[in-house]
Write a protein that binds this ligand. Structure first.
Ligand code: ATP
Length: 258
């Protein structure tokens, strides 16, 4: 996937993203990080074709994403975002089957067997027959992931996927994504707020500030205290944690006692 001179502004709003050009490395894990309002989710939406650039082009397999019919696009690109409750009356297994609609015309023709692997991959076996309305936020998050996987996409995009997850499930989700990436070669693109998680799991980072792509590099090249401090406008320290490695912490400025 390529972004060629992509600019974007919401209707009646000033320019948000300004001439962004970058290539998404196929088969890798890419995380987009940056402060609130930087334009990360908007960038993700442009990469799914949900919104179209005001100028420039997003290309998928050499084709403008805007020219790919929606159903065909759904077999290539899947988005896991903060979802609403429109599926509350449905059973988990049926919500997962909606992802298969990228490959079928009717939900009724999709067999349970066809979605079993996605339910297993997201550890939802015990919940498959439960209504969505009875699930916790973290469990729902895994259903959205299973449904996106059922699209069998080349590109899996996730917008803040760990928001509702406790630290155990955050680690579990990261492990699931790593496994999918390694075994199925799915390209993972996600917006992550936890920068340490992003640094740990990603092959490439996009650092975004005020609609600009400030740096594109592997995590090892982004452990730069000054760069991170300027992006997040806060005091950053990078510490060495035994058996973990480098860890980024935000340290509030210490004020001198008067
Ligand atoms: N539908 C919309 N209409 C108008 N402005 C919007 C819309 N969606 C987002 N914006 C504005 O665009 C800017 C970037 O929003 P975006 O959600 O892309 O940022 P973000 O980096 O993902 O932020 P966060 O970390 O807070 O989720 C913000 O100023 C936001 O208010």
């Amino acid at each position: 996937m390529d972004l060629n001179q992509v600019s974007y502004h919401y209707p009646q709003q000033p320019i948000l993203l300004n001439h962004i050009s970058a290539r998404v490395p196929v088969g890798h894990i890419l995380s987009i990080i940056g402060p609130n309002g930087a334009g990360k989710s908007t960038l993700l939406k442009l990469m799914t074709g949900i919104i179209q650039p005001s100028a420039g082009q997003v290309q998928l397999d050499g084709q403008p994403i805007s020219s790919i019919p929606q159903k065909q696009l759904a077999t290539k690109v899947a988005l896991v975002s903060q979802q609403n409750d429109i599926f509350d009356d449905m059973k988990v297994i049926d919500v997962v089957k909606t992802g298969r609609l990228a490959h079928h015309n009717l939900l009724a023709t999709i067999a349970d067997d066809e979605v079993a692997q996605y339910i297993q991959a997201t550890h939802l076996d015990a919940l498959a027959q439960r209504p969505m309305s009875s699930l916790s936020g973290g469990q729902r998050q895994r259903v959205w992931l299973a449904s996106a996987l059922a699209q069998d996409p080349n590109y899996l995009l996730l917008d803040e996927p760990t928001t509702y997850l406790d630290i155990h499930y955050q680690a579990e989700l990261m492990a699931i994504l790593s496994r999918l990436n390694q075994q199925k070669h799915i390209t993972v693109i996600m917006v992550l707020h936890d920068i340490n998680q992003a640094f740990k799991i990603s092959d490439v980072l996009w650092l975004v500030k005020q609609g600009q792509l400030v740096k594109v590099a592997p995590p090892a090249e982004c452990y730069d205290r000054q760069l991170l401090a300027s992006i997040f406008e806060t005091n950053i320290q990078i510490v060495d944690v035994p058996n973990y490695g480098k860890y980024i912490v935000e340290i509030p400025e210490v004020r001198a006692e008067s």
